[in-house]
Design a protein around this ligand. Structure first.
Ligand code: TXE
Length: 491
């Protein structure tokens, strides 16, 4: 492993943009430092691209559009499937790169992030083969059929929490639908997208079909959103960034898909399967250091079992090892950056000021050895706060959760719906009638009953309120990257 790491560092010093099938330096030759968050040190350089690079990427995507969009879906699918095979072949290398770049436990990158990236490619490659037009017979007078035309050049902007997983979640449906793409991964986690661009070359993806421009959000990202020839934007990231993107894109009438933040309620009723509820709630709270938009960060527990649940939850939280992401025992790795670590610690301070009690955690962790300067925080459990305080209203996006008791179903529904977000929610009860009744009343785009993050890629994925606009997944994603054109034939 150590040897592989050294080789990795030597080879991957400079990340390059992927434009018109070539790996190229940014036009301005400017680079930003790319940090390994577990070590708190820069370990590679990422292009600081600007409008010139974005312009070149858009030109090449525009030039490639005609031949890619008219290529039979089977042929497009074959190329995307080849890329998926290469992801599987390079699982170890990609997982290591993801862990080094993001701070997540290597075992998580190996078992979830990278396998999911190849699954995304396969799912949409094969989906495109089955994607079909609708037809309507209008009495005996006419036949209408609705063509689904690829929209053109799509902009795909992805975040740092699940880098390759969310990058492929966007570009796979775009490419499968026949669009060409200008993509920008997060400047904090560019490495696996760079490795991915090499796989695209190896798989024979035609030049210009996918272009990857690395760099800052308010520079390279903003240039993609502003470009008049990029007609659809698919974005996952923070709500504040989503607002800015929407404000830029709306006057240009671009298609927009926004997957933003969450502050997800996890409702535990006394009649739940207790062991399963505790175990999964701990997972939902702290997976990926709590840096998943779907994490259940507000845990409401029926008062009858509040004490017992709290005790078991804390005990299992304390068992989570915080440490070197490359160590197999580690369950909680490093946070993405020093700034983000400080933000999360700031929220822990805020919770104390708001009257919360820290039941476990609450501090930065100093890991020994190579990770001594890494950005680690203990998994933190807080009680004693009401649902209206800032700690319970704002997205923290770290290993921090609150526990709150409730007495009635009506009360917990009101608590659950009390934030500006509406991404996901989890309900724990063995009473199926209650489960369905509560599910109907929760204002979230995704509801899990007696489970968390159980995914079927065909289902619509996205949020209500400030958690976003539109849905990803399945046909929804393929429809997003296409424009409906109805043709009416009078008989
Ligand atoms: O994300 P940004 P940030 C939440 C989480 C986190 C907060 C801020 O609460 O603390 O957002 O994180 C690009 N035009 N989530 O600031 O900035 C940027 O380069 C175009 C939730 O790091 O939203 C990156 O590629 N693009 C979340 C991507 O947007 C722009 C995942 C996301 O970064 C841009 C991540 C602009 N003006 C953070 N500004 C989730 N929903 O899963 C930035 N970007």
């Amino acid at each position: 492993m150590a040897e592989e790491r050294d080789v990795f560092k030597r080879i991957m010093e400079k990340i390059l943009n992927y434009i018109n099938g070539e790996l190229v330096e940014p036009a301005g030759k400017n680079y930003l430092e790319n940090f390994n968050p577990a070590e708190g040190k820069p370990y590679s350089l990422v292009p600081d691209s600007d409008t010139t690079d974005v312009q070149q990427a858009v030109n090449s995507a525009r030039n490639a559009f005609d031949s890619w969009s008219t290529m039979p879906a089977e042929k497009r699918a074959a190329i995307l499937l080849r890329i998926a095979d290469f992801i599987d072949r390079d699982l170890d290398k990609l997982a290591l790169a993801e862990s080094n770049d993001q701070g997540k436990p290597l075992r998580l990158a190996r078992s979830v992030d990278i396998p999911r990236a190849s699954l995304n490619m396969r799912f949409f490659a094969t989906g495109a083969i089955h994607f079909a037009s609708e037809a309507y017979i209008t009495g005996n007078e006419a036949v209408n059929y609705t063509l689904r035309m690829p929209v053109g050049v799509a902009g795909c902007i992805s975040p740092w929490n699940l880098p390759l997983y969310l990058f492929t979640w966007k570009i796979a449906p775009a490419l499968a639908a026949g669009c060409t793409v200008v993509a920008k991964p997060s400047e904090l986690t560019p490495m696996t997208a760079f490795l991915f661009s090499r796989l695209c070359r190896e798989a024979g993806l035609p030049n210009g079909v996918l272009n990857i421009v690395h760099g800052l959000g308010n520079k390279a990202g903003q240039a993609i959103v502003e470009h008049p020839d990029v007609v659809a934007i698919s974005f996952t990231g923070g709500t504040a960034t989503g607002k800015k993107i929407a404000a830029t894109a709306a006057p240009m009438f671009k298609k927009l898909s926004l997957e933003l933040g969450g502050k997800n309620p996890n409702m535990v009723f006394a009649d739940c399967d207790f062991e399963k509820a505790v175990r999964t709630s701990v997972q939902a709270a702290f997976s990926n250091q709590g840096e998943i938009c779907l994490c259940g960060s507000r845990i409401f527990v029926e008062r009858k079992i509040f004490e017992r649940f709290t005790e078991a939850f804390i005990q299992q939280t304390k068992e989570l090892t915080v440490g070197d992401p490359l160590d197999d025992k580690t369950r909680i790795g490093a946070l993405i950056s020093e700034a983000h670590m400080k933000k999360v610690l700031g929220y822990i301070d805020l919770a104390k000021q708001e009257g919360g009690s820290i039941l476990t955690g609450g501090n930065r962790v100093r890991v020994s050895g190579r990770c001594a300067e890494g950005y680690f925080i203990e998994p933190t459990v807080i009680t004693g706060l009401n649902e209206r305080c800032r700690t319970n209203q704002e997205e923290i996006f770290g290993p921090v959760v609150t526990l709150m008791p409730f007495d009635t179903e009506e009360e917990v529904i009101q608590y659950a719906n009390s934030t500006p977000y509406g991404l996901s929610a989890t309900i724990w009860t063995e009473n199926l009638t209650r489960a369905h009744r509560v599910a109907v009343q929760i204002k979230s785009g995704i509801i899990w009953i007696n489970c968390w993050l159980f995914r079927d890629l065909r289902t619509p994925f996205g949020g209500m309120k400030q958690s976003g606009v539109g849905r990803e997944g399945g046909w929804e994603a393929l429809r997003f990257f296409t424009e409906a054109k109805n043709v009416c034939v009078k008989l």
